[in-house]
Design a protein. Sequence first.
Length: 290
Amino acid sequence: MDDLRLLKHFEAVYRLLSFSAAAEELGLTHSAITKSIKVLEEDWQAQLFHRTTRTVVATEAGKKLYPQAVELLGFAANLRASVSAGEHELNIVSGPGVIEGMIHPAIVKFANAYPKTRINVSTMPPHLAAEELLQRRIHLLVYHEASLAGLPHKDRMRVTNVIDEPYWMIHRCGHPVAARKHSLAEVVQYKWALAGYDRLFEQALPEKLRSLLADNGVPHYRLLSQAACIELARQSDILTTLPESAAREMVAKGEVEGVPHPGGFRFSIGAAVLHDAGREPTVEHFISCL
């Protein structure tokens, strides 16, 4: 625990570039912070900061230590929170389409086995979510595999495919596009609304396909909500896309019309955890519930 205390002091000095500011933030004296950094440098046999009376600059050793220190402190904080609460907390970040269509049935299944585990689900750009995972502030990423493929530090993650099915093209009943079978080059001339079409997903597409979509301005509307995309398609000539299982259900109810996407795209979702996170039972069970 003493090592964690020293790392906490180091993290504050590195982030604030000031011994005085770090001491004020942590409610300690300047001398206490100075002593902590000295002990840490002696233990690690490396100078962590170049310091004068006016400036504090991290050395190369300090720059190497900082991300590892943040990761370790984040892991310790999560562990402390779960122990003190007497129950586990599962933090998940995913794309908007996953939240609307996949998370709630998975939670129902999961709760049968782990009724005391709290679950927090949020969404953010995949590259930011990857940083949160690396800092161990979250346990699990759930995104389209095209987005996961473009993440930084992907080599530090273990990805499990949890669903793979075709996309369908969805449109309002009586839409002109339903008159005959169209090629991808033809349907991209319509306006599209897509949820979860982030930059990483776009960059992971084959260059020829990416150029075709870009030349036609697809998607015209990038929305956070899958439900909003569906409503746009239902009430106008805008097109959207849904996984086959969800599309079939809506088509069967007569809410929209749809056909397999002419581009042959697939709804391929992966769940990512850190390689060195072990196989935490609650995380592994939630992945199986997806």
